[in-house]
Design a protein around this ligand. Structure first.
Ligand SMILES: Cc1ncc(COP(=O)(O)O)c(C=O)c1O
Length: 384
């Protein structure tokens, strides 16, 4: 969001910038979803709804998860939130408190750990590694467990890495959670953006191993290009959902009634737009990867999900040498100043030495930005 704000500022000053920072789809919200929003306004569906969401929408969320994963959730086990972010935040506030440790994997999306801190709990990081495809290993998670561990947060597909957790690893983490009575919160915000037919039925794995300790957090934002509408959801045991509902009731009340009608159309209507967007992201991913990986100093893998290329630029950093690019933050700043390309430095995700490129943007922009990035790399390679 900071990168986006900088890009906006430069553009207001009349400076043309290629924006690879955005963490949101460039596609318009599909027409049928927009029409449902218009209809809601025209029908004066503009009053309060239940604070935890309309019943029909809760049912639609449960139906979607039954259809996609074969899991059963009752209406009392589902709530509607202002994006996946509020689902995760409600869960953090309901579950965690002073003295609690909450494990998650790094590199990570920063709100996950900040929310744990807002709940006065302590994030504990399990590092994953680029040469291992940023895989999450149950063994590493087990080593981080202490008597104070109250939760484990898993984000898959992950932002910024695009990595997926293997079902076997999650099953082992689920068993660990059941044994020690630890909550598992799963951030599934990119669940519909997985490129290949890999096994990724995380809800079913956890339903088998520790359903009573599992919170699933999802979102309409990325799947349906609905970031600005603000709609997400949480599924979990009824007492926890009730606690999350109480928090939300006193904080923000219901998600916009108009948004809820639009999300209902998204979840119950044709899923063809989701597939079409995924196909387009795949073409972009493959092209971008082809162009950039041609330069061996930009070290990356094809992401399995989400829409980010996470690139190791360590070979281009010059350590302590003055005048060179010492950190990936320096790299990102110089790239913006000299080539007018905005990327997110790895520091934002607790992963110095990397940059994140979002390919949720058009092919023309990807091509132009890649050309500039490759030129920038050639120019700076000497200094490193
Ligand atoms: C990993 C991850 N989780 C959750 C979210 C929350 O998105 P939203 O609140 O729009 O659903 C984001 C948004 O960028 C994300 O990257």
């Amino acid at each position: 969001m900071k990168v986006t704000a900088t890009v906006d500022r430069l553009r207001r000053e009349g400076i043309e910038v290629i924006d690879f920072g955005a963490g949101e789809p460039d596609f318009a919200t599909p027409d049928a979803i927009k029409a449902a929003g218009h209809d809601a306004i025209d029908a004066n569906f503009t009053k309060y709804t239940p604070a935890s969401g309309m019943l029909e929408l809760k049912r639609a969320v449960a139906d979607r998860y039954r259809a996609d994963y074969g899991v059963e959730y009752a209406e009392s086990e589902v709530m509607v939130t202002a994006g996946g972010k509020q689902a995760l935040f409600n869960a953090a506030l309901a579950l965690f408190g002073p003295g609690d440790e909450v494990i998650t994997h790094a590199p990570y999306w920063p709100s996950l750990t900040e929310q744990v801190k807002l709940a006065d709990a302590t994030p504990v990081l399990v590092r994953t590694h680029a040469d291992d495809g940023f895989a999450i290993h149950a063994e590493a998670v087990a080593r981080a467990v202490t008597p104070r561990t109250r939760g484990i947060i898993i984000n898959s597909p992950g932002n910024p890495t695009g990595a997926l957790i293997a079902e076997e690893e999650l099953a082992a983490i689920g068993q660990l959670a059941a044994q020690h009575r630890i909550w598992i919160v799963v951030d599934l915000c990119y669940e519909r953006l997985i490129y290949d037919a890999v096994a990724h039925n995380l809800p079913a794995v956890l339903a088998r191993t520790c359903r009573d300790l599992t919170v699933l957090c999802g979102s309409a934002s990325k799947a349906y290009a609905m970031t600005g509408w603000r709609c997400g959801w949480a599924l979990g045991p009824a007492p926890l959902i009730a606690a999350c509902g109480a928090i939300q009731s006193h904080a923000t009340s219901n998600v916009s009634s108009i948004t809820q009608k639009a999300a209902l159309a998204a979840l119950t209507g044709s899923q063809a737009p989701v597939r079409a967007m995924l196909d387009e992201y795949r073409v972009r991913r493959d092209s971008l990867f082809g162009w950039l990986s041609a330069d061996p100093r930009l070290v990356c893998r094809k992401p399995a999900g989400a829409f980010y290329l996470f690139i190791d630029v360590g070979a281009l950093l010059s350590g302590i040498e003055p005048g060179g690019l010492r950190t990936s933050a320096d790299f990102a700043q110089a790239l913006l100043d000299e080539a007018r390309v905005a990327v997110t430095p790895g520091e934002a995700f607790d992963a110095p030495g990397f940059i994140r490129i979002s390919y949720a943007t058009s092919m023309d922009i990807l091509r132009e930005g890649s050309t500039r990035l490759l030129e920038f790399v050639r120019a700076h390679a000497q200094a490193a």
